[in-house]
Ligand binder design. Structure first.
Ligand code: GLN
Length: 498
């Protein structure tokens, strides 16, 4: 039983969003009690971990009151009625700021919801705050935010992963809510793996990017970080679908509404275990876990075959060129004149350069310079053009592999969550975090990461599955069937929740 607050009994801390809705429906507590308690969690644990940057108490409690009134009057309720959620600092919301964790956008108010947030609110979900992230979502450790570092809830001396580190730390430390992140090269899946959460990078174009601060437009996707895959399934079904305000978004297959019962049929029968994800470059305990999970999958009736993705070794270099090229172009608008913090100067050139030098942090400046270089005349063919060719090759290889198997399985991160400060001064050591995640973004395919137990140090291990374009819900069905086997796959430690 959860603790009581007001007159009601609250759900247990590890409850999923779907369980929270059942709890509210059964009248065990009011939405105001539930949201009031979650706001306190954000103010204490959330702030303490550095994960919650803003807590929107007034608007969230007002929304909770409206929800209680709707329920009392018997009016139709939303698919996510009363469920708390947070948005990453690079996702626009009507309340609060949307500064992408950058000094450049300090205090910036979007004053309008992104399409994803608007759709969630229309179904009764309640925005409770904004989560920390790496500056402009560039990073894998959440150490580049101007709001400060985020601590991993499983070991406070370690990073939560990035760039959606705040969202993952929140998802890994308390249930009830879901958290919106963005994934350009792994920023939902890698922090989810580091913090013991479930994270989905949807098919590119499935969720509208309107209102997302752009990093690499051909790679960026908004997606959920949740307690489990059922919650992710539900959140995706509400957010997804074409949006006239994002010409690159589109409808994919039918929307599936999750049920409380486990999947009866085997989803994704044939699974490809990616051999390049099991090389010496990967931590032996993570490799071992992948092999154990393979055995579990076989016991569940799946066929697991080893698949080689030879282009995986080229993916990170290709990603670095394409992501930095797109970032340099997307971030050009922050010049201190049209957008962004201004450092005054009589001289226009100097105004630009001073504003950009002071507004952006070191990692963002590095990426803008790299991106400008790979697009510059004389180099564009050798770098950007070449990277586009390699991207095509990667995509082709993934798609042909997915003609022979239903999904491709591999670890999310080559290593366990590392110590805060351990890699921050070595950009290449940080880019190495992305070797297994960028492929899904380059190919545009969906990928789900779920917790698959813990290493000997008690740190979560995450595995991921990629599927064909549009196969997001089938991947989530697969993840659900795994999570129904074993609570460790929901990220719960052996002795119960934290
Ligand atoms: N870690 C990757 C990077 O630093 C991915 C970032 C992301 O997905 N937003 O670019």
């Amino acid at each position: 039983m959860g603790e009581s607050s007001g007159g009601g009994v609250l759900p247990t801390p590890e409850s999923t969003s779907i369980e929270v809705m059942a709890h509210l429906k059964a009248g065990k507590c009011t939405t105001v009690e539930l949201i009031g308690h979650y706001l306190r969690v954000l103010e204490t644990t959330g702030r303490d971990l550095g994960a919650a940057v803003e807590v929107h108490s007034d608007s969230a409690l007002a929304a909770a009151q409206e929800s209680d009134a709707r329920r009392a009057s018997g009016k139709p309720l939303g698919k996510l009625e009363g469920v708390p959620f947070t948005a990453k600092m690079n996702i626009s919301t009507a309340e609060g700021t949307t500064d992408a964790a950058s000094g450049m956008l300090r205090g910036f108010k979007a004053n309008e919801d992104s399409t994803a947030v608007a759709r969630l609110r229309a179904e009764g979900a309640i925005l409770v705050g904004k989560s920390n992230c790496d500056e402009f979502a560039m990073g894998a450790s959440n150490e580049s935010s101007h709001h400060g570092v985020v601590h991993n809830p499983w070991d406070r001396d370690r990073v939560p992963g990035g760039s959606s580190g705040g969202a993952a730390a929140l998802a890994g430390s308390f249930g009830w809510a879901f958290h919106l992140g963005s994934d350009t090269g792994g920023s939902i899946r890698q922090p989810a793996a580091f913090c013991g959460a479930t994270g989905l990078k949807p098919t590119w174009g499935r969720v509208s990017r309107r209102g997302l601060v752009a990093f690499g437009s051909s790679l960026d996707q908004i997606g959920p970080l949740t307690r489990d895959a059922r919650d992710a399934q539900l959140v995706l079904s509400v957010m997804e679908g074409g949006d006239p305000l994002d010409a690159t978004s589109q409808d994919f297959d039918s929307v599936k509404t999750p049920t409380e019962t486990s999947a009866e049929t085997i989803s994704m029968k044939r699974i490809g275990l990616v051999s390049e994800g099991l090389t010496d470059a990967i931590d032996p305990e993570i490799r071992q876990r992948a092999l154990e999970v393979t055995e579990q999958l076989k016991n569940m009736g799946h066929e697991v075959v080893e698949v080689s993705l030879s282009t995986l070794s080229k993916a990170n270099a290709c990603y670095q060129v394409i992501a930095t090229a797109e970032a340099s172009s997307n971030l050009a608008r922050f010049d201190g004149i049209h957008t962004g913090q201004r450092v005054e100067s009589e001289d226009l050139e100097e105004l630009y350069s001073k504003s950009r030098r002071q507004g952006f942090g070191a990692e963002v400046r590095r990426r803008i310079m790299l991106g400008t270089f790979v697009l510059s005349s004389g180099y564009i063919d050798a770098y950007y053009g070449k990277a586009q060719q390699v991207r095509h090759e990667i995509r082709q290889e993934i798609l042909s592999a997915l003609d022979t198997v239903d999904s491709l399985m591999m670890p999310v991160s080559p290593f366990a969550p590392f110590k805060i400060g351990e890699r921050v001064s070595d950009p290449l050591a940080l880019y190495a975090c992305d070797i297994l995640t960028v492929t899904a973004n380059l190919a545009g395919v969906p990928a789900v990461a779920i917790p698959c137990g813990f290493d000997s140090g008690g740190l979560p291990i995450g595995l991921q599955w990629m599927g064909k374009h549009g196969d997001d819900h089938r991947l989530l069905d697969l993840a659900t069937s795994l999570q129904d086997q074993d609570d460790a796959w929901r990220g719960l430690p052996p002795g119960g929740s934290q």
